[in-house]
Design a protein around this ligand. Structure first.
Ligand code: NAP
Ligand code: ZN
Length: 347
């Protein structure tokens, strides 16, 4: 086994603290890379608090992982020692179901293996995430990272990036569309960047008036403060799409009223409580509510290559790992600008 240093929550009530554990030896199809940076996703916070379902503890969060390859198995073809590498939210899937065969491993019909708070395919070995110094991952789930981009700012692409890129591509959002991005946090700010890059007219819907200048710097064309009834009234029926990235309970009916006829609300945010949606919010205007989960490995590589070509990275605030609890507190208050990234050298 490989000894690993990390940060873990021991229970759903405890703060993250240093914890040593082991990872499997590098198998013939595995890549081992040392973790240089790891992004902090709101999903990390949901999961250490058991917001969604009872978690597997001790829990080492982190699924926006980038670093440098230090060892490869004998059958590994596409990585060599010294390469940059990344891993997102998944480290395995069944590989043979219809979804896996169609590059939709995130929707694996047998359940994909999440990077942490999951079980390996053996059903009994817990997975541990990127708040740690090194990781061993099956080659097919390791992504190539360009050396053209700032490495720390690339880490959030592995979750916040693909989670917003994938629905915008799936619904073919682009030129001629009015796209609203709801919530300007880690996912939201990437949604703005991709929406602009794809040619849509982008409006940020935010509860934080202070984020307006940043939204414009990110490329957004318009900004609506959602706590101001006048601004909400003026935005009624104006958007083709809403990309909903909100992490907490919110009023779907109010936001649905902002869609045009035939508009679609693409939900990627994952609040712990179910939403109440009135049938009238949908039938008046033939509107759709849809969801999207991360993205497959092929699409994640496509997104990373698109970012390298178009010079797109995340706007980050780098933190030492000892300051992770403070970062969570700020994230909970909507005070992220716009993704915390842990400098793993501080572990
Ligand atoms: P984040 O950085 O904390 O951003 C969430 C933003 O939502 C906040 O910055 C805030 O923006 C807004 N917000 C928060 N509470 C709100 C409320 N009560 N009403 C309205 N707006 C509110 O979080 P994130 O990392 O982007 O993640 C967002 C959500 O997506 C989380 O639930 C996460 O678990 C989920 N997620 C889903 C997937 C997937 O595969 N679908 C992948 C990753 C993450 P403003 O200040 O602008 O209002
Ligand atoms: Zn995430």
């Amino acid at each position: 086994m490989i000894p690993v240093k990390g940060y873990a929550a021991q229970t759903n009530k405890s703060d993250l603290a240093p914890w040593n554990f082991d990872r499997r030896e590098v198998g013939p199809h595995d890549v081992q890379f040392d973790i240089l940076f790891c992004g902090v996703c709101h999903s990390d916070l949901h999961q250490i608090k058991d917001d969604w379902f009872p978690g597997i503890f001790p829990m080492v969060p982190g699924h926006e992982i980038v670093g440098r390859v230090i060892k490869v198995g004998d059958h590994v073809k596409n990585f060599k020692v010294g390469d940059l590498a990344g891993t997102g939210c998944m480290v395995d899937s069944c590989g043979h179901c219809d979804n896996c065969k169609h590059d939709l491993e995130q929707y694996c019909l047998e359940g994909c293996t999440y990077t942490y708070n999951g079980m390996e395919r053996d059903g009994s070995s817990p997975t541990y995430g990127g708040y740690s110094n090194t990781i061993v991952v099956k080659e097919e789930f390791v992504l190539h990272i360009s050396d053209k981009l700032d490495l720390a700012a690339t880490a959030p692409l592995l979750c916040a990036g693909i989670t917003t890129y994938s629905p915008l591509r799936h619904w073919k959002v682009g030129k001629g569309h009015k796209l609203a991005v709801l919530g300007l946090g880690g996912l939201g700010h990437m949604g703005v960047k991709f929406g602009v890059a794809f040619g849509a007219e982008v409006t940020v819907l935010s509860t934080s008036p202070k984020k307006e200048a940043d939204a414009k710097k990110l490329g957004a064309h318009n900004f609506v403060v959602t706590t101001d009834p006048e601004q909400i009234k003026a935005a009624q029926g104006t958007f083709d799409f809403i990309l909903d990235t909100v992490s907490a309970e919110h009023d779907f009916n109010m936001y649905l009223s902002l869609l045009k006829t035939d508009g679609t609300m693409m939900c990627v945010g994952a609040p712990s409580k179910p939403a109440e949606i009135s049938a009238f919010s949908l039938l008046a205007g033939r509107k759709s509510v849809a969801g999207s989960g991360i993205g497959g490995i092929k699409e994640t590589q496509e997104m990373l290559d698109f970012c390298a070509e178009n010079n797109i990275v995340s706007d980050i605030e780098m933190i030492d790992i000892k300051d992770i609890s403070r970062a969570y507190e700020r994230m909970e208050k909507g005070d992220v600008r716009y993704r915390f990234v842990i400098d793993m050298a501080t572990l």
